[in-house]
Design a protein around this ligand. Structure first.
Ligand code: SAM
Length: 187
């Protein structure tokens, strides 16, 4: 069976994130991706999870409490400030962005082209070799198309000697279906 975009994004992380890794959830929202990452890195690892909305941090915190997770640092701030929060000597074992708005919210707060690209740029330079930054891109909401274009433009210019960039999505769906980008550090 062909995997839908979120299961595909999670599968990529399951294949590459290792116990003890330092990993990033750049848009924690309701905490589904944060929970997966915390389970993959286990007690020896650490997840740094960002969101700009208090409600998202609260929902993620509740989700993690339910599962007894204690290896996660929740950060109420924008993801392009990653270098302020994740010590510079840590290499990153995996990261995920789920772009767009918090499900169930008024959709007023959305990820933005400039800060998203800045954060992607910072994370990929700190990725461990053969580890991945996975991005789930949504373009169906106001502002989404501009962000999609900015992200695609940026990742398409990455050196093929240093990074392998994959795009995965369904090409016969209507209304701007989401798709996955995966950036692997190869050098
Ligand atoms: C699609 S949701 C994420 C869903 C989440 N991964 C989950 O598992 O539920 C996108 C999230 O990005 C957050 N966001 C928007 N701008 C951001 C920024 N500059 N830095 C970090 N998070 C941001 C929103 O507040 C929202 O919660």
């Amino acid at each position: 069976m062909v995997l839908k975009v979120i299961p595909f994004a999670h599968e990529l992380l399951k294949q590459t994130v290792r116990e003890g890794d330092i990993v990033i959830d750049a848009t924690c929202g309701k905490g589904h991706d944060t929970l997966l990452l915390s389970q993959l890195v286990k007690e020896k690892g650490r997840v740094f999870a960002f969101d700009v909305q208090e409600d998202a941090i609260r929902q993620t915190n509740e989700q993690l409490k339910q599962y007894g997770v204690s290896n996660t640092t929740l950060i109420l701030d924008s993801h392009e400030k990653i270098n302020e929060y994740v010590p510079s000597d840590y290499l990153i074992g995996g990261a995920i962005f789920n772009l767009g708005y918090l499900p169930g919210s008024d959709k007023q707060t959305i990820t933005q082209p400039e800060s998203t690209v800045q954060a992607i740029q910072q994370i990929i330079t700190r990725l461990k070799k053969h580890c991945l930054l996975v991005i789930v891109v949504y373009a169906g909401h106001p502002g989404g198309e501009e962000e999609k274009e900015a992200v695609l433009q940026f990742v398409q210019t990455l050196s093929q000697k240093e990074y392998a960039v994959l795009q995965y999505g369904f090409i016969n769906q209507q209304n701007s279906p989401p798709f996955v980008l995966a950036i692997e550090r190869i050098k």
